[in-house]
Design a protein around this ligand. Structure first.
Ligand code: PNW
Length: 456
């Protein structure tokens, strides 16, 4: 494996998944606090009330990062922890928590990579203005972003506005399996549109007011699986391309080209909103890097009649794409039933590079869930070790083939609240005992630690 000298080796978490302390020190509720209260929405009706109690364990957790030789930690800010109502009043105790975390990271030579929105919208904004369905949310989000730039930007040099707008739109507003639990075939496109505008506005503000003084970078993270055509027939190749467009180009085309992909415009009619000329100009070039979360691969075929697939992993609203998805039965599956296909990662990196003219790409999440067990104080997650070996080899090949991959973040630093799956699915490279909250490095953490040290 070969990686550039200053490659960013990191690991990631998100606020609601790890912090806990849901009502501590003045934090306001988010839509995930509310969603977890609805019986049946989350596995065993679990919540993020305590999660990993990261809120009270930052010294311990940063020490574990340091042990592994990680160069960067990607975490997200809980909007309602620092602005309990989403706007107006600022909660200084919440600010203090993130400020302390940032200082602790820097004291240990670990770069903070901060995501502003990883799905935990302040509940007040859902109730008062209908969340991402209201166009005015872009100004509310930009005020929140400014508070973060103001308070943390002296020390934070890497910002990510949004994590996975696709998940918010499709799982939150299309299929209703994530907060706010809405089911619709048009709201996903409206919510996604407002997220894009919110992204562009906050980037504009950062660039005009903060970037020249603070010298940071700002971008957005989108998620995408690879779609491999079922056959060499042109219609299947088109179908695979269309599936990728409905997945990642939905959000990346506006940011690189100022408009949605033609395949979406053609199929969605009035359900796909339009950007004004001003919004287009604001969107074009509004990211300093291509943030990518990648987990799996599926096979795509042209469809005259669409078979309704699984809830997860369909990209776009499946009925809008005319694509049928399937998996090769020989592929190994993780506990999420996501297939392990390292070459899909390489092909996706190459596809993105070609379409968007070789941008700097940062993999801001890659990882897998397995049914880990703590035995005599150790977790032997050999499958996860092989997963990372495979995907990192694929990344190294992509770099050799001309992809400008500049960083890689392991999802996740530790087992945590895996959204609708609760604590049942373990993605961590550190095992968390959710009774005692004790952390144990898994075999994968040891393997990755050695690898990072040998490569950097
Ligand atoms: C990402 N899908 O979520 C998130 O950024 C993390 O918070 C999460 O824990 C991780 O991946 C593992 O799930 C996704 O349905 C959720 O394709 C669902 C999908 C993709 C990513």
């Amino acid at each position: 494996m070969k990686f550039p000298k200053n490659f960013v080796w990191g690991s990631a978490t998100s606020s609601y998944q790890v912090e806990g302390a849901w009502n501590t020190d003045g934090r306001g509720p988010s839509i995930w606090d509310a969603f977890c209260q609805i019986p049946g929405k989350v596995h065993n009706n679990e919540t993020g009330n305590i999660a990993c109690d990261h809120y009270h364990k930052i010294k311990e957790d940063v020490a574990l990062m340091k042990d592994m030789g990680l160069k960067a930690y990607r975490f997200s800010i809980s909007w309602s922890r620092i602005m309990p109502q989403g706007r107006g009043e600022v909660n200084e105790k919440g600010i203090q928590f993130y400020s302390d975390l940032i200082d602790e990271l820097l004291a240990n030579d670990i770069q903070p990579w901060v995501t502003l929105y990883h799905w935990d919208l302040p509940l007040a904004l859902q109730l008062e203005m209908d969340g991402w369905l209201n166009k005015n949310i872009s100004d509310v989000f930009t005020d929140y972003a400014e508070l973060c730039f103001e308070r943390f930007g002296d020390r934070v040099k890497n910002w990510i506005t949004f994590n996975e707008a696709w998940v918010v739109a499709i799982l939150g507003y299309g299929q209703g399996v994530f907060a706010p639990g809405r089911i619709s075939n048009s709201e996903p496109y409206l919510a996604g549109h407002h997220i894009l505008i919110s992204h562009a506005k906050s980037v504009k503000l950062y660039r005009e007011k903060y970037q020249s003084i603070q010298n940071g970078k700002i971008g957005i993270t989108n998620n995408c699986d690879w779609r491999e055509p079922l056959t060499h027939k042109p219609e299947d190749k088109e179908a695979a391309k269309r599936a990728l467009e409905f997945f990642v180009s939905w959000f990346a085309d506006p940011i690189y080209f100022g408009h949605y992909p033609k395949s979406m415009v053609d199929r969605l009619g009035d359900r796909l909103p339009k950007f004004t000329e001003e919004e287009k100009q604001m969107l074009i070039g509004s990211t300093d890097f291509f943030g990518l979360n990648h987990y799996t691969t599926m096979i795509a075929a042209n469809a005259d009649e669409v078979v309704q697939g699984s809830v997860y992993g369909n990209g776009g609203l499946s009925e809008d794409q005319d694509v049928n998805l399937s998996m090769d039965p020989s592929w190994e599956l993780t506990e999420m039933k996501w297939a392990v296909v390292p070459w899909g990662c390489r092909k996706l990196l190459e596809w993105i590079s070609e379409r968007y003219d070789y941008p700097d790409i940062v993999i801001t999440e890659n990882g897998c869930a397995y049914d880990d067990k703590l035995v005599n104080g150790e977790v032997n997650d050999q499958k996860r070790v092989e997963f990372f070996e495979g995907y990192l080899n694929a990344c190294s090949e992509a770099i050799e083939n001309g992809v400008n991959l500049t960083g890689y973040f392991i999802w996740s630093f530790m087992d945590n609240f895996e959204w609708a799956s609760g604590y049942d699915k373990r993605f961590g490279i550190h095992y968390v005992d959710f009774e005692t909250l004790e952390r144990t490095p898994k075999a994968s953490a040891k393997y990755l630690g050695k690898l990072i040290k040998s490569l950097s």
